[in-house]
Design a binder for this molecule. Structure first.
Ligand code: AP5
Ligand code: MG
Length: 192
C-alpha cells in the first residue's frame, strides 16, 4: 500500500500522515521535512535551498526527485510509503509513476485534503508559536498557498483519470479526518 497525501500548507498532511503511519505501519516520506533536515545539518543541498524554502517557493523537481528515489528504491519501504507533500506538480506526478513502476510498485490511494485560506492562516499562525519554521509567517504562508494553487490542478486531473483521487474535508477535526482516511484505506483492495 502506497499513499499520496496532498493539500495546501497547513492542510494537515503531516498530522494525518503521522496517524496513518502508526495505525497501518507505513513509512512517512515528507519532502518538506527532508528538505528542512538538510538545512538544519547545513549540507551543501541545505545551503542551496534554504532561501527558496524561506520564501515559500518550490525547490526544483530534480532535487525532490532525488530525495524520493532513495526511498522508493529501498526494499525496506517497498509498498509501505506515504508521500506527504509529493508530488506538487504534473512533472513530479509523472516522475513518481515512472519511479514506482520501475520498482514494481504503484499508488493505491491519493488523498486530497481541502481547507480554506482562512483556516490555513489560523493554523499556521498557531503552529508558528510551537515550531520554528522559517516559512511560517502569514506572508510566506500565502505564497505557499499560491504556489500550491498554481501547480496542483493538473495533478488533480492526473489522479482523477486513474480513479485514485479521494477528496477529504480538511476542515473537520483531526480525529474525524483520521477516521475517514482509515476507512478509505481499509476499503482499498491494496490493503487486503
Ligand atoms: P511542507 O513541509 O510540505 O509544507 P506545506 O506543504 O506548506 O505544508 P505544512 O507542512 O505547512 O502543512 P501540513 O499540511 O503538513 O499541515 P500540518 O499537519 O503540519 O513543504 C515546505 C516547503 O518545502 C515547500 O514550501 C517547498 O519549498 C518545499 N517542498 C516540499 N515538497 C516539495 C515538492 N514536492 N516540490 C518542491 N518543493 C517542495 O498542520 C498544520 C497545523 O495545523 C499544525 O499545527 C496542526 O497541529 C494543525 N492541524 C492539523 N490538522 C488540523 C485540524 N483538522 N484541525 C485543527 N488543527 C489542525
Ligand atoms: Mg507538513
Amino acid at each position: 500500500m502506497n499513499i499520496v497525501i496532498f493539500g495546501p500548507p497547513g492542510a494537515g498532511k503531516g498530522t494525518q500522515s503521522n496517524l496513518i503511519v502508526k495505525k497501518f505501519k507505513l513509512h512517512q516520506l515528507s519532502t518538506g521535512a527532508l528538505l528542512r533536515k538538510e538545512i538544519e545539518v547545513k549540507s551543501n543541498l541545505g545551503n542551496q535551498i534554504s532561501s527558496i524554502i524561506s520564501l515559500g517557493n518550490l525547490v526544483s523537481d530534480e532535487i525532490v526527485g532525488n530525495l524520493i528515489e532513495k526511498y522508493v528504491s529501498n526494499k525496506i519501504y517497498k509498498s509501505r510509503l506515504i508521500f506527504d507533500g509529493y508530488p506538487r506538480n504534473l512533472a513530479q506526478a509523472k516522475y513518481l509513476d515512472k519511479l514506482l513502476k520501475k520498482n514494481d510498485q504503484k499508488i493505491n490511494i491519493v488523498l486530497k485534503l481541502s481547507v480554506s485560506l482562512k483556516t490555513i492562516k489560523k493554523r499556521i499562525s498557531e503552529r508558528k508559536i510551537l515550531e520554528k519554521r522559517t516559512d511560517d509567517n502569514e506572508e510566506v504562508a500565502i505564497k505557499r498557498f499560491v504556489a500550491y494553487e498554481n501547480n496542483i490542478k493538473p495533478v488533480i486531473d492526473f489522479y482523477k483519470q486513474s480513479n485514485l483521487l479521494k477528496v477529504v474535508n480538511g476542515e473537520a477535526t483531526i480525529s474525524e479526518i483520521s477516521d475517514e482516511i482509515s476507512a478509505l484505506i481499509k476499503g482499498n483492495k491494496g490493503w487486503l
